[in-house]
Ligand binder design. Structure first.
Ligand SMILES: [Zn+2]
Ligand SMILES: [Zn+2]
Length: 139
C-alpha cells in the first residue's frame, strides 16, 4: 500500500513538473531582434518559441509593401488539404527603427496573423492592422 501511494505521489509530482516546464516554454510574448534594428514581438500563449520565430521571420523577410498589406505562404500539407488547416490567430507587433530622418523617426506596425499549427504545413496569413510613426525610442 505504501509503495502504491509513493508511486501516485511521484506521478503527481511529474505531472505538475511538466506543467511548470510547459508554461515556462510558452510565454505570452516573445520578441525577436533582427540585424536591421527591426524588433518583432509575437503575442501568443499557445505557440512554441519555434512557431513564434517562424511567424517573426516571415514578417521580417516577407514581401510587405504599402500596396500589398496582406501576405500568405502557399506550401500546404496533404493532411491540411484533406482536413483543413489547424489555425490559430495571433497578434504581432513590429518596430522598425529610424525609418525617417525627422521625428517621429520609428514605425510601429501591428499585424493579425493566422497560423497553421501543423508542423508539416507552412500556412501563415498576415494582415497589417495598423501602422503608425512613433517617437518614444529615437525621438
Ligand atoms: Zn495547414
Ligand atoms: Zn526607434
Amino acid at each position: 500500500m505504501k509503495k502504491y501511494i509513493f508511486k501516485i505521489t511521484l506521478l503527481i509530482l511529474l505531472i505538475s513538473l511538466s506543467q511548470i516546464l510547459c508554461s515556462a516554454s510558452s510565454e505570452m510574448s516573445t520578441t525577436f531582434y533582427y540585424e536591421n534594428g527591426k524588433e518583432i514581438t509575437v503575442y501568443s500563449d499557445v505557440l512554441s518559441y519555434e512557431e513564434k520565430k517562424e511567424i517573426a521571420d516571415f514578417i521580417a523577410f516577407g514581401q510587405f509593401t504599402v500596396e500589398n498589406t496582406s501576405n500568405e505562404t502557399t506550401r500546404t500539407s496533404l493532411l491540411c488539404t484533406l482536413l483543413g488547416h489547424n489555425l490559430t490567430t495571433t497578434f504581432v507587433r513590429e518596430i522598425n527603427h529610424n525609418v525617417y530622418t525627422d521625428s517621429p523617426r520609428c514605425v510601429r506596425n501591428e499585424y493579425e496573423c493566422v497560423y497553421c499549427t501543423r508542423s508539416s504545413c507552412d500556412y501563415i496569413q498576415n494582415t497589417l492592422v495598423s501602422s503608425i510613426r512613433i517617437s518614444s525610442c529615437h525621438g
